[in-house]
Design a protein around this ligand. Structure first.
Ligand code: AVJ
Length: 325
């Protein structure tokens, strides 16, 4: 046991123990993103069914200048991006900001030092004007720490970006708590630019989380591979199937892995067996889809008001500027 569990994956081991011991088994979607998971997510974003990335890209391409003017109107600022990822759409915003003559420094925050490095290189290339100051770390921790200035200090104005409907990975109460945490770091002239995926025709959403190329299935199964490798488990991937669901009433898209048979999985880092009944599901991820009342409720409940809204041509997705209430 000691040989497998080190400091780095102790938290992972704990979370897997907690999730697989629960009455309704679950794993945490934050663990999808190992190196292979990053690649699989890239493949998902490139799949024709996954409309989210294209929609947000379209919004920034078509309305980037408006957004840039809106967020820079109140003067110089730090642009802090939570979970910057590959930065493909961020470059549209940065270029629009440059074109409007905005005075800003870009601070991407990401858990992956590697993707931060790639991002800095990609964005700096051809943009001699760009001031970039990456912060490596978990954005929850970075938000909670002084690395992002606390509202009592009189540092520069701040615009926080949280794009791609990443908020959707939180259940409703956690989403609210997270937004409150963000709000707590902000002052009156600061702003939040947030991307949210909207409720729409069911078939469109179902397809986005069940692409024909099987990337979403592989993305989910990869977490079992990660547990096998990092925690010494013996998950048989062929004994689980990808079973996504969408509830149009609540707007929750949820991914599950479903056990095809009655089986036992041993995890050596935990020195423990886990039993799965035929058809038993592991809840893997929620991707919440929003509508206006839901958005209003989240904004109000966390001390914001919706200042500006931008939509793609199909009204599938929205990027919004939220202002302190
Ligand atoms: C990165 C959280 C926005 O929920 O749509 C994509 C992750 N999961 N396909 C999402 C994801 C399965 C994605 N987010």
């Amino acid at each position: 046991m000691d040989s497998i569990v080190n400091q780095a994956n102790l938290q992972f081991a704990e979370d897997v123990l907690c999730g697989l011991s629960a009455e309704d088994k679950f794993l945490l979607s934050r663990y999808f993103y190992d190196t292979e998971g990053d690649h699989l997510f890239q493949a998902i974003m490139a799949s024709p069914e996954y409309y989210l990335t294209d929609c947000e890209h379209e919004i920034f391409e078509q309305q980037g200048m408006e957004i840039a003017k809106t967020i820079s109107a109140a003067g110089p600022f730090e642009l802090e991006e939570l979970g910057s990822g590959d930065g493909l759409k961020t470059q549209l915003i940065l270029d629009a900001l440059c074109a409007t003559g905005a005075d800003f420094i870009y601070r991407p925050v990401d858990i992956s030092a590697n993707s931060l490095q790639l991002l800095s290189n990609r964005l700096s290339n051809g943009r001699p004007w760009l001031r970039i100051d990456p912060i490596n770390g978990d954005y929850m921790q970075v938000l909670a720490s002084a690395q992002i200035q606390d509202p009592a200090s009189d540092g520069p104005r701040k615009v926080i970006m949280f794009l791609g409907s990443n908020l959707g990975n939180y259940q409703k109460t956690q989403a609210l708590a997270f937004l409150q945490l963000i709000r707590g770091t902000m002052r009156q002239n600061d702003a939040l630019l947030i991307g949210l995926d909207l409720q729409k025709e069911e078939t469109v959403i179902r397809a986005a989380y069940n692409d024909a190329g099987g990337h979403t299935r592989d993305f989910n199964l990869n977490l079992l591979t990660r547990i096998n490798r990092e925690l010494g488990a013996d998950f048989d991937l062929s004994a689980f199937e990808h079973a996504p669901e969408y509830d149009p009433v609540s707007g929750a898209a949820r991914s599950f892995l479903k056990s095809k048979s009655a089986q036992t999985v041993y995890i050596s880092a935990l020195d423990k067996d886990f039993h799965f009944a035929t058809g038993e599901k592991i809840f893997m991820e929620i991707s919440q889809k929003y509508n206006r009342p839901l958005i209003e409720k989240l904004a109000k409940g966390s001390g914001f008001r919706v200042g500006h809204e931008y939509f793609d041509s199909r009204n599938y997705f929205t990027d919004q500027v939220w202002l302190p209430k």
